[in-house]
Each structure stands twice: as structure tokens, then as C-alpha cells.
Design a protein around this ligand. Structure first.
Ligand code: G
Ligand code: G
Ligand code: MN
Ligand code: NA
Length: 252
């Protein structure tokens, strides 16, 4: 199973699939979704991203993957928009892809071509991206932010960067990593960490999304500590984009 070679051949053959995982307000309304890629391998079946994203990230294959995901995400947003569903979609962006000099002009061209409103798009980046080459990253983020694109820090709290960057960057949202979310109800240090993230977010007026909410106890813990958007198996699993769109259209 030569992952790199097969994925390189598989992307142009249309083997990638876009799954969505919904995000819910405390009141139970769908407020957005995260796009999560899958690989429909001809023999292996549906391959989860944990298997091939790290391999793709070792080369510019991650750029090809990122191009496919962004095109598909923007196409979906435009389709949803035309159907009267204002879908807010979060897309994971690999640091290697974001650092490409042409990232911004390319992102703009995808928006133009698909007609997706930039305000519907949140780019999930990680603390690792921000640590090196800060000034270049800041400039690019500001430019995209001026178009209306939102930014979220994924896996927040797992990196090693200083909190100072939160003030400098046009960030709209923090995603609390699932390891903290899952242990917070019983582990005092994880509980303190979640409370601290919520306090920082309140101060800086950032939205908070909790990832990996699996139990009612975890959801209740979060709701008792602040305003949090929930994403996790308790509320909805990642499923093919078409399935979620059909369901939301039926509910609308
Ligand atoms: O869905 P799952 O939990 O298996 O995802 C595993 C990892 O793959 C997560 O870290 C997630 O951020 C990453 N991932 C999922 N979809 C994408 C994508 O479209 N692009 C990138 N760069 N990473 C993704
Ligand atoms: O790294 P990133 O945050 O992009 O990846 C999110 C990952 O978390 C996805 O692979 C998704 O499948 C996974 N995920 C989403 N909800 C849950 C959950 O409730 N429990 C667990 N264990 N994983 C989840
Ligand atoms: Mn993510
Ligand atoms: Na995460």
C-alpha cells in the first residue's frame, strides 16, 4: 500500500470525499460544520485522514489535497447558498500549503470561481504555523481577513506558542482540543485549562468551539463554564457532505 504514490494518482481520479461534521450552539442549532477529508480507495475502502494526511504533509502532495478540499468546500458553500442554506464551513489548512507565496491569490481565485461568500469560510490553522515566520503569516492572514474569511486556531492549547499572538492576529475562534474536552469533567488541571481558554476568549471576544464532545457530562461541563459551540460524536458524526445538506434542506 504505497500511500504517497496511490494518493497522487487517486486525487485526479476523484477518489477524495468531503465529509462534514456539524457544530451546534448550546441551544441546539447547527451553526456550522467542519470539512473532513476521506479517501475512497478502490481496494481499501474509505481511508481516514489520520492515515494519509501526515504522509501527504511530507511533500507538496498536501497542496494538491488542500486544493481539492478548498475547491470542494467552496463549491458546497455556493450550492448550499443557492438552496437558501447559509452554510458556514471550516476547512483545515496545512501549514505547508498556507506558506506557499501564491496561497492568497489562489484562495481568492477559488472564491471568485465558485461564487462562495468569503464570510462563510473559516480556515483552521495551528499554533505551529504561527510560530515561525510570524510577519509573513500575519500579513497573509490580514489580507484574507479583509476579504471576510475567518480564522480559527485548531487544537488550541496543544502547541507551545505564546498567547501574545492572539492579539496580533485576525483570529475569530479557538478550538479546544478534544483531549482537554474529554477529561475536563474529571481532571482538575484539564478543567482549569478549559476555564482559562474560555476566559482568554471572552477577553479577546473570540468564539470557542469544543471538539470531541462525546458525553452529556462533557457538554454540561462546557455549558456551565461559558459560551461554547459543540462539535463531537454526541451531536453528530462526520458524514458525507450530501447527506448533511439533504438533511438541513429537509429541516429548513
Ligand atoms: O477525521 P479525523 O479525526 O480522522 O482527522 C484526522 C486528522 O486529519 C485531523 O488532525 C484533521 O485535522 C486532519 N484533516 C482532516 N481533513 C483534513 C483536510 O481536509 N486537510 C488537512 N490538511 N487536514 C485534514
Ligand atoms: O485535528 P482536527 O481538529 O482537525 O481533527 C478533528 C478530528 O476529531 C476529526 O478527525 C474528527 O473525526 C474527530 N472527532 C470529531 N468528533 C469527535 C469525538 O466526539 N470524539 C473523537 N474521539 N473524535 C472526534
Ligand atoms: Mn480541525
Ligand atoms: Na483538533
Amino acid at each position: 500500500f504505497r500511500i504517497e504514490r496511490e494518493l497522487r494518482a487517486g486525487i485526479p481520479r476523484g477518489e477524495l470525499r468531503l465529509f462534514l461534521q456539524p457544530q451546534f450552539s448550546a441551544a441546539g442549532e447547527v451553526v456550522g460544520a467542519e470539512a473532513l477529508v476521506r479517501w475512497q480507495h478502490p481496494e481499501r475502502g474509505l481511508v481516514p485522514p489520520g492515515v494519509f494526511v501526515p504522509v501527504a504533509e511530507e511533500s507538496d502532495l498536501i497542496v494538491e489535497l488542500g486544493v481539492w478540499v478548498m475547491n470542494e468546500a467552496c463549491r458546497l458553500v455556493a450550492v448550499a447558498d443557492a438552496a437558501g442554506l447559509p452554510l458556514a464551513l471550516s476547512v483545515n489548512i496545512s501549514p505547508r500549503h498556507f506558506r506557499k507565496p501564491e496561497f492568497n491569490s489562489w484562495a481568492r481565485s477559488v472564491l471568485d470561481r465558485t461564487g462562495a461568500p468569503p464570510e462563510r469560510l473559516t480556515l483552521e490553522i495551528t499554533e505551529g504555523l504561527i510560530i515561525d515566520n510570524v510577519s509573513d503569516v500575519v500579513a497573509k492572514m490580514r489580507e484574507l481577513s479583509a476579504l471576510g474569511i475567518h480564522f480559527s486556531i485548531d487544537d488550541f492549547g496543544t502547541g507551545y506558542s505564546s498567547l501574545a499572538y492572539l492579539k496580533r492576529l485576525p483570529i475569530d475562534e479557538l478550538k479546544i482540543d478534544k483531549t482537554f474536552v474529554q477529561d475536563a469533567p474529571h481532571d482538575p488541571s484539564d478543567a482549569a485549562l478549559v476555564e482559562t481558554i474560555l476566559a482568554v476568549a471572552r477577553q479577546l471576544q473570540l468564539k470557542v468551539v469544543a471538539e470531541g464532545v462525546e458525553t452529556a457530562e462533557q457538554a454540561e461541563f462546557l455549558n456551565s463554564r461559558g459560551e461554547v459551540v459543540h462539535q463531537g460524536y454526541l451531536f453528530g458524526r462526520p458524514a458525507p457532505a450530501d447527506e448533511w445538506l439533504a438533511r438541513w434542506a429537509a429541516d429548513a
